[in-house]
Design a protein around this ligand. Structure first.
Ligand code: SF4
Ligand code: SF4
Length: 96
């Protein structure tokens, strides 16, 4: 492999690791500032930034309403908690 190459994750071919975890991440739209840090650190590449739904916008901080919100695909999330650790505003909590 070329040094420094980026390995792209194809979720369609990835094993479904969603039932491995004991805890599942929950993103709080009131706290998420849409910085995408969690997306870059997730080892399973299962976090995607998506447009905020009306009800998510309602609870979001005014300055971040138009920013995309982190969404976790729980079918592929193995519950490692890295996303919660790296989130700069502690918008992700690991729940049972
Ligand atoms: S808990 Fe781990 S696998 Fe699941 S979304 Fe967070 S970083 Fe990714
Ligand atoms: S790291 Fe935190 S603030 Fe940044 S997109 Fe992810 S959940 Fe939102």
């Amino acid at each position: 492999m070329e040094e420094g190459a980026i390995i792209k994750n194809d979720l369609k071919k990835a094993p479904k690791t969603g039932d491995w975890g004991y805890l599942k991440p929950e993103v709080d739209p009131a706290k998420c500032i849409g910085c995408e840090t969690c997306v870059r650190f997730c080892p399973d590449a299962c976090i995607e930034m998506k447009k905020r739904a009306a009800e998510e916008k309602e609870v979001s901080q005014e300055n971040f309403r138009e920013k995309e919100l982190a969404h976790v695909d729980l079918e592929f999330c193995k519950g490692c908690g890295v996303c919660a650790e790296v989130c700069p505003v502690k918008a992700i909590s690991m729940k049972k």
